[in-house]
Design a protein around this ligand. Sequence first.
Ligand SMILES: [Zn+2]
Length: 191
Amino acid sequence: MKAFGSEKLNIFPFSYRRHDQFTVKEGKLVKYKGHKSFSMQQLSIRAKHTQSRRQISPVANGMINNEDGGLLLIGVQENGLIHGLMLSKSQQEHLVTNIIDTCDRLRPKVPRHFYEINFIQVKLTNSKAKEEKTYLSDETNIPHLFRTTKLCWCDYQAITSINLGFLHKCWIIELTIHSLSHSDLQMIRYI
Ligand SMILES: [Zn+2]
């Protein structure tokens, strides 16, 4: 487990299989998102115009304002189909930091203990892919680039890595917004 700042990546010890499907329908408490654009600034002009993609933060914000909290699963299509997002460790850190950055900028600011960010690996069903190797060092303190449609250094690093044939693992990102009673929301682990 690698720490960055005061954070560490929370990785669950179990995994999902790609193309399995959650049977729980989307509702007030559960939302699926197939992409990781958390803030509006990350959406391309085209995406904003066509509304083909909506940023995640309003959904999270709605759950924060809902006293029952909620569960947002990123890397899952709207119909519950598990796809996963291929992310390097740096990209995982980027995502966590980006979520925190967005929550910090909401007014009122959302305290860190209101939510949890976890990663669950998605195993490819017919994977002939090479296992992830630490080809490019993830150990760097370069700040990630937020609030822009531009790619961050961690994305370029991941692309270079993939082009060289080193695939990263696929993940579902589970963002749990705690209920106001602060008791943990029952998480969906069964499909
Ligand atoms: Zn980054």
